[in-house]
Design a protein around this ligand. Structure first.
Ligand code: NAD
Length: 508
């Protein structure tokens, strides 16, 4: 945290909140540093909202909600369709904002923005998807129908690693269903979310229904405690997800809280190892491993599979194309902050100290001309064992751990027994093994010969165990249900002269 530096340093952008359709300067006097991780230099100062600033944003959203909630679903859908068009028009600009503050390479950021847009495209189908149910003539003259109503003002709290996609997961589904949103993005890369809210206004969205407040724990706690917030959607690390879930639900709110991950890929002896190696290079090292769906553990059935796979991976990991995130044609950029880079380096040391073998150690990587950037090479670690702390915990960096097991059953059990259960995948030509794995593994999202099984917008996203708390997944029909509540109406209309009966029904 620091004081704003824009006045003294023109390289540092003074950021704002976005409330009621306009940029609003922070008044708390507290600011969070935003960095350009490729340069290792401060690039922005994000205001950290006080309790009263958050309360003001909630009031603005509360005032905007009734009219938005009463807008016809067709009209909301038209605004969402215009928003989708604008997001496509600005896709490169948004990707550059993501890439600059997060450090993921530009092509990766383009993909992230696209995944977010896809959720808004799905949201445009709300006139169909949000339809209720109707039962005709359940008794004489009586019909029952149900409707899905918006909740009111809802909060979104998002992590640093998808500053475009995850705000759009939440905003797309919350707005189309008629809610007003107060979103608190990660203080590490807040510029893209601010631009997303601006574009919603350009698309014709009414001021006050999509608000962005920057902040830290004080902002989050206010959102979790204020009775005017009806639901909280959170994505971030598991300890904070648990805290958010416990606090929001204790305050009577609906809550979905997605947490961390440790995703296993099970590699059977009949798998095509060239395919596996190609898949792992993207899934383990893309976005410098800072993805909740990164594959961080390769589980090889048999030593021969492990040895052959490592022979294929080692030269490619050593030759990863790493550079400043906005350069084109790269595989990996820097990590998000200096502190996070140090945390990942400590895990690599821990892995070595625990007795696993560093096949490639990325810690010595230096990018000429960018010595201050938060770069790390890819690391490949063999002989990882289930009881190691570096295996039990999420590293969230460009580190692939390899485990050797004796059988399919032993390998599948690793994913099931691990405390996290976000995603997993299996590579094999054996359909029966793949089917059994998908059926039995205790993980929320499963890929078969697919490395990162992120479901598309018309399905939904959510892990199991310590990777998600709450009842509904993100986006798709699950998201639509999360942001609406059911009202059921039982009505009787009888013709003139027919008497109504109000006794309890009897079996005839
Ligand atoms: P984080 O938990 O540090 O932060 C997430 C949000 O919580 C941010 O907005 C932050 O400001 C807020 N926050 C941080 N500390 C807080 C506290 N003490 N009290 C209240 N609020 C607090 O997570 P991160 O480092 O930004 O993101 C990376 C993590 O998110 C990884 O663990 C990753 O696996 C996870 N993630 C999960 C999913 C998923 O869908 N399961 C998706 C993306 C990221």
């Amino acid at each position: 945290m620091s004081q704003p530096a824009a006045a003294v340093n023109p390289e540092v952008t003074q950021l704002t909140h976005f409330v009621g359709g306009e940029h609003v300067a922070g008044t708390s006097g507290r600011f969070g540093d935003v960095f350009n991780p490729s340069l290792g230099r401060k690039s922005g100062a994000a205001p950290l909202a006080s309790k009263s600033e958050i309360e003001n944003a909630i009031s603005v959203a509360e005032q905007a909600f009734p009219a938005w909630g009463a807008t016809s679903v067709l009209q909301r859908s038209r605004i969402m369709a215009r928003y989708v068009q604008l997001l496509y028009q600005h896709q490169e600009e948004l990707a550059e904002l993501v890439s600059k503050e997060h450090g993921k390479v530009f092509e990766d950021a383009m993909g992230e923005v696209l995944r977010g847009i896809e959720v808004c495209e799905f949201a445009c189908a709300a006139p169909h998807a949000q339809k209720g149910e109707f039962s005709d003539n359940v008794a004489r003259g009586i019909d029952i129908y149900s409707m899905r109503k918006p909740l009111g003002v809802v909060a979104g709290i998002t992590p640093f690693n998808f500053p475009a996609m995850i705000p759009l997961w939440m905003a797309g589904m919350a707005l189309i269903t008629g809610n007003a949103v107060v979103m608190k993005p990660s203080e590490k890369d807040p510029t893209c979310p601010l631009r997303l809210a601006e574009l919603f206004i350009e698309a014709g969205g009414p001021p006050g229904v999509f608000n962005i407040v920057n902040g830290d724990k004080e902002a989050v706690d206010t959102l979790l405690e204020d009775p005017r917030i009806k639901a909280v959607s959170f994505v971030g690390s598991t300890p904070i997800a648990k805290y958010v879930y416990a606090t929001a639900t204790a305050n009577g709110k609906r809550c979905q809280a997605m947490g961390g991950a440790k995703n296993h890929m099970l590699i059977l002896p009949d798998a095509d190892l060239d395919d596996v190696a190609n898949a792992l290079m993207g899934a383990a090292y893309g976005s410098a491993g800072e993805r909740c769906m990164a594959i961080s553990v390769g589980v090889c059935v048999g030593d021969e599979v492990a040895d052959r796979l490592i022979d294929k991976l080692k030269p490619r990991v050593e030759a990863l194309r790493i550079g400043p995130s906005l350069d084109r044609g790269l595989e990996m950029g820097p990590l998000v902050t200096k502190e996070h880079r140090e945390k990942v380096m400590n895990y690599i040391q821990m892995a070595a100290d625990e007795g696993s073998r560093l096949v490639v150690d990325g810690r010595d990587f230096v990018l000429d001309g960018h010595e201050e950037g938060y770069f790390l090479g890819g690391s490949l670690v063999d002989d990882v064992k289930p009881d190691m702390q570096s295996y039990q915990e999420e590293i969230f960096g460009p580190v692939l751990q390899i485990m050797r097991v004796g059988s399919f059953e032993e390998g599948a059990a690793l994913a099931t027994d691990h405390p996290y259960g976000n995603g997993t995948s299996i590579f094999t030509r054996n359909g029966a093994a793949a089917r059994t794995f998908a059926d039995k593994v205790e993980v929320g999202m499963v890929g078969i010969n697919v490395p990162i099984p992120v479901p598309l917008a018309f399905h939904s996203f959510g892990g199991w165990k310590n990777s998600a708390f709450g009842d509904h997944n993100q986006y798709g029909m699950e998201g639509l249900r999360f942001y609406t509540r059911v009202k059921t109406v039982t009505s009787r209309w009888l013709d003139d002269g027919v008497d109504a009966e109000f006794t309890m029904p009897v079996l005839k």
